[in-house]
Write a protein that binds this ligand. Structure first.
Ligand code: NAP
Length: 221
């Protein structure tokens, strides 16, 4: 299989690269700094520099991918940002960082992937249960929640645009021990990614446009 992981310098993204490489798949992955690019190369992945906050780099992604076709595409990059509860307002800078990374980023990258989808490709956006409006019971992290709710909308539209050619899903990876999830989190990156890989492997065309937990259970939008 040919796999693309966007935002793979560390955490869940890097673990996707490690596991797919371990299984012998061809992996192309992105990072925005030299240390991350080196980690990807050490795993045997083709490493591309990409910062989602840089419009020119995003526009150049299609050229860098040069019509390559991928069977699995993971849009993983994300930030949590300022940890404020409603109704404490984010600053403009805090808002821009989270919304530009988590929402504008995928909206910039998805067009570049249009010509890179193998027939029947699986495309996953790393969202979060915190983005679910239906399950909302807490006002904490409201900027991150808003960004993931918006990212879900972006994924849903992509599922319609790419429908018939690809199966597009939003994933909640679980609460995962990474720089973002922290040491108290419930799942190791290994288990979270193993679960999502299994789910990706079993996706059918009828799953297009779903919001799924790492174990495949549906999550309310
Ligand atoms: N961990 C959890 O419990 C959890 C729960 C729900 C959802 N998620 C979601 O899962 C995804 C991965 O999370 P994680 O826990 O692995 O987080 P992480 O350890 O903080 O890693 C975040 C990744 O995103 C990349 N990134 C951030 N801003 C970027 C930008 N502007 N351009 C390109 N790459 C950028 C980072 O690259 P740099 O190294 O260059 O910063 C890094 O590779 C995120 O979308 C997150 O929202 C995580």
């Amino acid at each position: 299989m040919r796999v693309l992981v966007i935002g793979a310098s560390r955490g869940i993204g890097l673990e996707f690269v490690r596991q797919y490489r371990e299984q012998g798949h061809e992996v192309t992955a992105t990072a925005r700094e030299d240390a991350g690019l080196a980690r990807l190369q050490e795993l045997g992945a083709k490493a591309l520099a990409l910062d989602l906050l840089d419009a020119r780099q995003c526009a150049g992604l299609a050229w860098k991918l040069d019509g390559e076709r991928f069977d699995v595409l993971i849009l993983n990059a994300g930030v949590y940002g300022a940890d404020k509860a409603a109704p404490s307002p984010p600053t403009q800078t805090e808002f821009d960082l989270v919304m530009h990374t988590n929402v504008l980023g995928p909206m910039r990258v998805l067009p570049a992937l249009t010509d890179c989808l193998a027939q029947g490709a699986k495309l996953a956006l790393l969202s979060s249960r915190m983005g679910s409006i239906g399950l909302r019971t807490s006002p904490n992290g409201w900027l991150y929640r808003a960004s993931k709710a918006a990212a879900n909308s972006v994924l849903k539209d992509a599922s319609i645009a790419f429908g018939g050619r690809a199966v597009c899903v939003a994933f909640h990876p679980g609460w995962v021990k990474t720089d973002m999830g922290g040491g108290q989190a419930e799942l190791s990156p290994l288990d979270a990614v193993r679960g999502m890989r299994e789910v990706l492997g079993k996706l059918r065309l009828t799953d297009n446009g779903s919001f799924l937990n790492h174990n495949g259970e549906p999550i309310a939008w």
